[in-house]
Design a protein around this ligand. Structure first.
Ligand SMILES: Nc1ncnc2c1ncn2[C@@H]1O[C@H](COP(=O)(O)OP(=O)(O)OP(=O)(O)O)[C@@H](O)[C@H]1O
Ligand SMILES: [Mg+2]
Length: 288
């Protein structure tokens, strides 16, 4: 399923004195298979954009097509298809661990699955819950009857992600999945998200404030500024224009900063991933 937004515009409190233009004519295509980053400084419209993707925010003007679903058409058929869209586009909010609520890990992870598979047998639900808990790297038998509140912060976040992937969405959207994690926790979560990308979800869309992460993890990214989408491309394309990134209030990745610092001394043409940058720099030094 591709995501195609055309001239998407959205105001909070539309018509009121305090209306806020949160999305301003955003046109963007996210092809199936991408590991896509949504970047921009605070208040730029990232969360507003991604909440359109599973119809949490209705299309105000412009169009939004996800696979075969045109969310901009407001008729009975579209309304009826919203549960299907929400099944296919899984949304993990920022700090999802704060939304855990059930008495056991099993019940928390099963909540969405039961909701979306109302007629499914318990054995099918069990299977989906077990699979999701195992995918996020937890021991099903050890945690299923535990209270989610007895787990560590990182484990809680995994349980919350399991609840979304148990529904087997084709597109997994995560708002700042690594916020508040320590470096080890972050590395482990990126690894998990890539595993999910290569197994269950075809497309992963993440919001991130960390350009190092975007350079390292994403196949493509779109940059928002003041509700507008101001640039889109591969990390290499985006970070080649450091001024553009800084104008939008963001910091370039360290590899990009170093590439620019080295200009005149040695020219490094990397994709701004740390490994590629290190290899290309070593080659240059060896050959000089
Ligand atoms: N519920 C709301 N009511 C009114 N205005 C809102 C609401 N949510 C967001 N906004 C405003 O809409 C704009 C875009 O907000 P949004 O949350 O999409 O930004 P963001 O890029 O996700 O920011 P952050 O990085 O801080 O999460 C901001 O000006 C924000 O203040
Ligand atoms: Mg946000």
């Amino acid at each position: 399923m591709d995501v195609i937004a055309k001239e998407l515009t959205y105001h909070y409190n539309k018509g009121a004195k305090f209306a806020v233009l949160a999305l301003d004519n955003v046109s963007i295509s996210i092809a199936e298979g991408e590991f896509f980053g949504v970047i921009g400084h605070t208040g730029s419209g990232k969360s507003t954009f991604i909440q359109h993707l599973n119809a949490l925010i209705p299309v105000e003007s412009g169009s939004l097509v996800i696979g075969g679903y045109d969310l901009s058409i407001r008729d009975k058929k579209t309304k009826k298809s919203l549960p299907e869209v929400r099944k296919k586009v899984g949304m993990v909010f920022q700090y999802p661990e704060y939304q855990l609520f059930a008495e056991t890990v099993y019940d928390d992870v099963a909540f969405g699955v039961k909701n979306f598979n109302k007629s499914a047998d318990k054995s099918i639900i069990d299977q989906k819950v077990r699979k999701a808990i195992e995918i996020v790297g937890l021991d099903y038998d050890a945690v299923k009857d535990e209270s989610p509140f007895s787990l560590s912060g990182g484990q809680k976040r995994r349980v919350a992600i399991a609840g979304v992937i148990a529904v087997e969405p084709e597109i997994l959207v995560l708002d700042e999945p690594c916020a508040g994690l320590d470096p080890q926790g972050k590395t482990a979560l990126w690894k998990l998200l890539h595993e999910i990308h290569s197994t269950t979800a075809k497309t992963v869309i993440i919001v991130s404030h960390d350009m190092n992460d975007v350079a390292e993890q994403c196949t493509k990214a779109a940059m928002f500024d003041g509700g507008k989408m101001v640039a889109v491309g591969t990390p290499k394309e985006l970070f080649s224009d450091a001024e553009l990134i800084e104008r939008a209030g963001l910091e370039v990745p360290v590899t990009c900063y170093l590439t620019n610092k080295l200009k005149g001394l040695c020219e490094i043409d990397s994709d701004f991933k740390a490994d590629d940058f290190a290899r290309k720099t070593a080659e240059k030094i060896r050959n000089q």
